[in-house]
Write a protein that binds this ligand. Structure first.
Ligand SMILES: Cc1cc2nc3c(=O)[nH]c(=O)nc-3n(C[C@H](O)[C@H](O)[C@H](O)COP(=O)(O)OP(=O)(O)OC[C@H]3O[C@@H](n4cnc5c(N)ncnc54)[C@H](O)[C@@H]3O)c2cc1C
Length: 466
């Protein structure tokens, strides 16, 4: 028997960490593969690692940012071989350097695959996908069409939820072109949202010499905590018996109190939850998952998604100097006048604050409601029922392998997703440690879907003169 030589053809929409790692794992397999990655940014960086600012650091130490879970030193060794010879495991590397690492990894994987792997990049946006029972057809903004056996939606982190119609001086996201351009360093700026996206925007402003006040507003006015070194707890968090948000919160708080009595840091408790977070999440009733998103998620995010210690120090210094002003409250829709934007904040503590700023930037983070994601491909797929939102209205509905479940409840055997679009079904699905696992599993799953080794009897090949 001679194995069927026809290659597995996979189209990957999105060339960020998720899409790149699926490609890398497919290239590392032994079979012939044709990969098309579609992304206006190209492959290897995605949103997070395309930043142009050196001040934007990873929010995870280098030793936990390897592209491969089975090779934890991979990124650290790459850093040491590429100009950071003294990089320590707890080094918080610039994000753009991590993008270079991913591009390097992709290129070396393409080279190593040789003639077995054909890899093509399409610097355009995918606007639609269809399937005729045999092949996927992907339509691109530039008019091209791509055909494949399977498609992967690696579309990543959507833009923030819009705050109303466009107003001059208002930017819907810090990643929009021109969000930091043409600013007067002596006039105030407002950042709406107080998570890591707002921290990024603050760093960008300061690095380009902004001197005036930078206002940050969010409902609770809480910024993420910084990392610090701590002694890890032994063993994962034991959440046996927790059936809901209230139980879980109580258990975490009790565990934090115990840890602090023993001289341990609360971060050790939060991080001990990481290996079991998704298991706990999947056991919860949908009503409890919704409750966590409504009431606990903000608290969870500021403890779980932390910033590098040096960024924490910059934030602290700017708050102490008064340049960075953090408000808790609800912001009105900005209205433009001749000199800037008028914004009112209904303060959580009562009363209101009127601000006049030259620019307001929406930093509220990824919008998890896919009905509102301004991505033509996502909207085309939703409109025709080929994808549907998750039961709790966040992310997309999938099976445990990331195969899309359509609006009729049918599990797709041609369209899969990973990473941020799986939010809702999973709680931990946006950071590298989870994405690398999902990408590796997806590459194996894709191969298993298509390539139950189709073998052709030698007699038939001989009869056909092959
Ligand atoms: C600013 C920021 C910083 C972060 N820092 C860290 C960190 O330090 N450590 C960590 O573990 N995680 C971090 N994360 C989490 C992040 O989600 C993951 O690390 C990872 O980058 C996600 O990769 P992704 O490929 O799923 O998504 P993305 O990086 O968002 O990439 C998705 C890509 O899909 C493309 N795309 C979308 N729609 C289409 C379409 N229709 N056609 C073609 N292309 C399309 C986009 O152009 C984009 O390049 C950060 C996230 C952000 C936003």
């Amino acid at each position: 028997m001679i194995p069927d030589p026809s290659p597995l053809r996979v189209a990957i929409v999105g060339g960020g960490f998720s899409g790149t790692l699926v490609a890398v794992h497919l290239l590392r397999q032994e079979r012939a593969v044709h990969i098309d990655v579609i992304d206006p940014r190209g492959a290897g960086r995605g949103l997070a690692y395309s930043t142009v600012w050196d001040e934007h650091l990873l929010n995870v130490p280098a030793v936990r940012m390897s592209a491969f879970g089975s090779e934890p030193m991979h990124f650290l060794e790459w850093l040491r071989a590429n100009g950071k010879s003294d990089a320590a495991p707890d080094f918080f590397a610039p994000r753009k350097l991590f993008g270079t690492y991913l591009q390097d990894l992709l290129q070396s994987s393409v080279r190593a695959a040789g003639s077995r792997g054909r890899f093509r990049q399409h610097y355009s946006e995918a606007t639609d996908l269809s399937y005729n029972g045999k092949r996927v057809r992907i339509s691109l903004r530039n008019g091209d069409r791509i055909h494949a056996d399977k498609a992967v939606l690696a579309t990543g982190n959507p833009a923030p939820r819009p705050l109303g119609s466009r107003t001059p001086g208002y930017f819907g996201s810090p990643w929009e072109t021109g969000a930091f351009a043409g600013l007067d360093p002596d006039r105030e700026v407002l950042l709406i949202g107080a998570g890591l996206t707002a921290v990024d925007a603050f760093l960008a402003l300061v690095s380009q010499g902004h001197r005036a006040h930078i206002h940050v507003v969010s409902r609770r006015g809480k910024l993420p905590h910084p990392h610090t070194s701590y002694r890890p707890l032994t063993g994962a968090f034991d959440a046996t018996g927790a059936t809901g948000a209230r139980d879980l919160l109580r258990m975490i708080r009790r565990r934090v109190r115990q840890a602090e009595v023993q001289g341990d840091d609360w971060r050790a408790v939060v991080d001990s939850l990481r290996p079991v977070t998704n298991d706990i999440w999947c056991r919860l009733e949908l009503s409890e998952q919704r409750r966590i998103h409504r009431h606990v998620k903000t608290w969870w995010d500021i403890h779980r998604h932390r910033m590098a210690p040096e960024i924490g120090a910059k934030i602290l210094a700017a708050r102490e100097s008064g340049q960075l002003r953090v408000h808790a409250g609800r912001v009105s829709k900005p209205t433009a006048d001749e000199t800037g934007l008028q914004v009112d904040i209904a303060l959580r503590a009562g009363g209101s604050l009127a601000l006049h700023v030259q620019r307001a930037i929406n930093c509220t983070g990824a919008n998890e409601d896919y009905h509102m994601v301004p991505n033509p491909l996502i909207q085309a797929l939703l409109d025709t029922g080929r994808i549907r939102p998750n039961y709790i209205g966040k992310g997309l509905q999938t099976n445990p392998h990331g195969a899309i479940i359509d609006s009729d409840g049918v599990t797709s055997d041609w369209l899969l997703t990973l990473g941020p679009p799986r939010i809702g079904g999973l709680l931990e699905t946006i950071a590298v440690p989870e994405l690398r696992k999902q990408a590796e599993a997806m590459a194996s799953y894709l191969s298993s879907l298509i390539y139950e080794p189709v073998e052709t009897p030698v007699e038939l090949l001989m009869a056909a003169g092959i």
